[in-house]
Design a protein around this ligand. Structure first.
Ligand code: GSH
Length: 216
């Protein structure tokens, strides 16, 4: 039986592919493996049955043959280790790719999440307007550093890998902020990821959930 992942029944991004199941869907498509999707409501996320798989009550999760995983990065790493197509066979190159996967979620994503929380959850707080410039500058610092590292390279470390999959999906969350307009090199890097057939299949699959749910 194919592995089963979880995704939002009603994604707040209205089909833009920003929810983290997109990372896992894309990984499945890159390695050419089938997967099933169990859609979960916001209520069900917080119920014991779901928390038994993810104690934090979030998507995505992964279940296959009794193995239960959560954390998008861990699931992508698991698929990369299990099937060819996401991690380089050379041990050193693989270690570097995993390093960049961590950089995506642990160095680049945190300031992006800070901005999202400020805009989506704290917009009405009196201090948000004062705080926003500093939050945006923390993102710019990381984007400056990432741009300098990437230079004119297509991908982070040689060929496309799970590192790029994670980095592109993290960076895409900046779309609504307009900050990517300041970084044409990073915007082009994201576009290269989005142009991959595996990305497009994954994007179409998550968009179909939104369109079915909205009667579209
Ligand atoms: N670090 C986790 C974050 C998971 C996460 O934040 N999931 C969001 C959707 S993208 C979620 O389930 N939000 C609903 C909630 O937290 O109640 C991962 O990468 O999987």
């Amino acid at each position: 039986m194919a592995a089963t992942i979880t995704a939002f029944e009603h994604s707040p991004d209205r089909g833009q592919g920003l929810a983290r199941d997109m990372r896992v869907r894309w990984a499945f498509e890159e390695v050419g493996q089938p997967y099933e999707v169990r859609l979960v409501s916001f209520t069900a996320l917080k119920e014991p049955a779901h928390r038994a798989v993810n104690p934090f009550g979030q998507i995505p999760t992964f279940e296959e043959d009794g193995l239960h995983l959560f954390e998008s990065g861990s699931i992508v790493l698991h698929l990369g280790e299990r099937y060819p197509g996401l991690l380089p066979p050379d041990a050193d190159a693989r270690a570097r790719a995993i390093t960049w996967m961590f950089a995506a979620v642990n160095t680049i994503e945190p300031p992006i999440l800070e901005l999202q929380n400020a805009v989506l959850l704290e917009a009405k707080e009196a201090w948000t307007a004062q705080r926003l410039p500093a939050v945006k500058d923390r993102i710019r610092k990381r984007l400056d550093e990432l741009s300098a590292y990437l230079g004119s390279a297509d991908w982070l470390d040689g060929a496309f890998s799970a590192a790029d999959l994670m980095m592109v999906t993290v960076l895409r969350r900046l779309g609504p902020s307009g900050l990517l307009d300041e970084y044409p090199g990073i915007a082009a890097y994201i576009a290269r990821g989005e142009a991959r057939p595996a990305y497009q299949r994954a994007f179409a699959a998550q968009l179909a959930v939104f369109e079915q749910g909205s009667g579209g």
